[in-house]
Write a protein that binds this ligand. Sequence first.
Ligand SMILES: C[C@@]1(CC(=O)O)C2=NC(=C\c3[nH]c(c(CCC(=O)O)c3CC(=O)O)Cc3[nH]c(c(CC(=O)O)c3CCC(=O)O)/C=C3\N/C(=C\2)[C@@H](CCC(=O)O)[C@]3(C)CC(=O)O)/[C@H]1CCC(=O)O
Ligand SMILES: NC(=O)c1ccc[n+]([C@@H]2O[C@H](COP(=O)([O-])OP(=O)(O)OC[C@H]3O[C@@H](n4cnc5c(N)ncnc54)[C@H](O)[C@@H]3O)[C@@H](O)[C@H]2O)c1
Length: 495
Amino acid sequence: MIPQPANNLYPVFLKLDHLRMLVVGGGHVGEEKLNSLLRTSPGASITLVAPEISEAILQMAEKHPSLKLVRKTFDRSDLIEKDLVIAATNDKTLNAEVKSAATESGVLANIADTPELCDFYLGSIVNKGDLKIAISTNGKSPTVAKRLKEVFNDSIPSEMDQVLDNMKELRLRLNGNFSEKVKQLNDITRVLVEDTQPKKLTEEKKWKQIASRLIWLFGAMIVGHILLSSVPLPPVPELWSMTKEYINQQFLFFMLAGFLAQMVDGLLGMGYGVTSATCLITAGVNPVSVSAAIHTSEIFSAGVSGYSHYRFGNVNKKLFKHLVIPGVLGAILGAALLVLVGEHAGNWLMPVIALYAMFLGFKIFVRAFQQNTPNGKIKRVGWLAWCGGFLDSFGGGGWGPIVTSTLISKGKSPRFTIGTVSLTEFFITLASAATFFFTAGIGHWPVVVGLLLGGSFAAPISARLAGKLPAKSMMIGVGVIVMIWSIRLILKSIL
Ligand SMILES: C[C@@]1(CC(=O)O)C2=NC(=C\c3[nH]c(c(CCC(=O)O)c3CC(=O)O)Cc3[nH]c(c(CC(=O)O)c3CCC(=O)O)/C=C3\N/C(=C\2)[C@@H](CCC(=O)O)[C@]3(C)CC(=O)O)/[C@H]1CCC(=O)O
Ligand SMILES: NC(=O)c1ccc[n+]([C@@H]2O[C@H](COP(=O)([O-])OP(=O)(O)OC[C@H]3O[C@@H](n4cnc5c(N)ncnc54)[C@H](O)[C@@H]3O)[C@@H](O)[C@H]2O)c1
């Protein structure tokens, strides 16, 4: 014997505009069924027969030319050339007659007051763009079906439609035979079904590893560039003494700054800029070199993390488009202004930057206690991105603490926000680094190399520790330390 499932209904998704439908009865239930049908399939061709037709149904017919109303009692001929019928009269015997006539004519029937006579049930429908989920409780509790619909409506992010669009494009672009394509599509979407926390971390670990390798490579490239640009190549001993000149206490401090910043960023997902900026300013590096060095050293890690988020479908294209242009413009302006001000620097620049670092420390601190308020609408995303980009360039950091924190605290889905902001960060960093390169040159290269080296030591360690340490206490700790440190810097520079 084949075991019977509790619910043996088989769901299908009908194209109602290809079918001909009859509704018998024009009262409350008739109206509810029509509502559900026409909301979901506005072009469905439906004929309704009933001696009395409610006002609401009459209005519906005005909006939907495909709905035909016939004021009469039901007879069998109404079923001619029909595919589906819904009986919703207040006469149980008549409803049963509709069913037997329908069966004789080969028409599928839904009898609203007698589930046992139904060939099909209508379901509760969740709809997000192209995504559609139909729910049935096997007729046991339509109210529960309705409640579940509300639960799904709330929990499926509105970005889901964007994911479907991205997947459709990808599906069209993939090459290879059918089974290869299916495998690739499954690999790309694995992130949707994974238990988000633990597996995402291994994914992140992998990308952190790649990031740290790329950081090494980039460091090597800069060193290579410096060596090659001093052609003819100086003899090795001279070269060594030249390099030795840079490997002094200060250089070790740059490495320490890179190490600490990467540890903080790897563990909290933000704070690279503000941590390294606070350290470097303490070491007496001028604000222009601080920001220029931080952005140059960040290019590769930002690129790798942005690309990985893009590949895993964590990017909301619409949000990305709103963020990237104002963000890049802000970043260019911030960098240019810093160089300009830096050249005529009064002593006041240092305390201003330290004050800004204090503000960022405060933001990280507050983030530890923040509750997300779902459904808060964020109107000025462009301005947020502009300010984030500008301050990030001018003050050496802040894109993450400002933009990600604001979007998430306003109730945007963390996954899509972090993904999108990460990808945008790459373009912001690149724009900022390029502006510094063209306006201030690369005199700050020892700082860049120091940061990169320190960071690459920290990357594997922070990746291993990520998720194992309590995030909340860490945010409080980092926030407080940054604030205390900035206050110390402010006092030192004004006293
Ligand atoms: C899903 C939904 C689709 C739709 O119709 O649009 C739908 N009913 C909805 C709402 C709803 N219906 C009723 C209540 C009042 C509270 C309650 O009784 O629970 C509410 C709740 C409300 O309105 O809040 C009363 C009711 N319904 C049926 C009976 C007859 C009976 O059970 O004997 C009676 C008793 C009449 C009486 O006692 O006089 C029968 C059926 N209703 C079905 C579907 C099919 C099974 C679906 C499943 O498997 O879950 C099935 C079997 C046949 C069918 O009609 O297709 C829609 C969700 C709207 C949404 O999503 O917002
Ligand atoms: N499936 C569901 O979701 C659901 C929900 C609530 C109620 N019900 C059941 O549905 C039935 C209808 O409820 P209602 O509130 O719509 O009733 P109603 O009184 O508001 O409407 C009844 C309709 O049937 C029409 N009608 C009567 N005799 C007819 C005939 N011979 N030919 C054609 N049309 C005819 C009337 O003109 C009227 O338009 C009730 O028996 C109720 O138990 C079902």
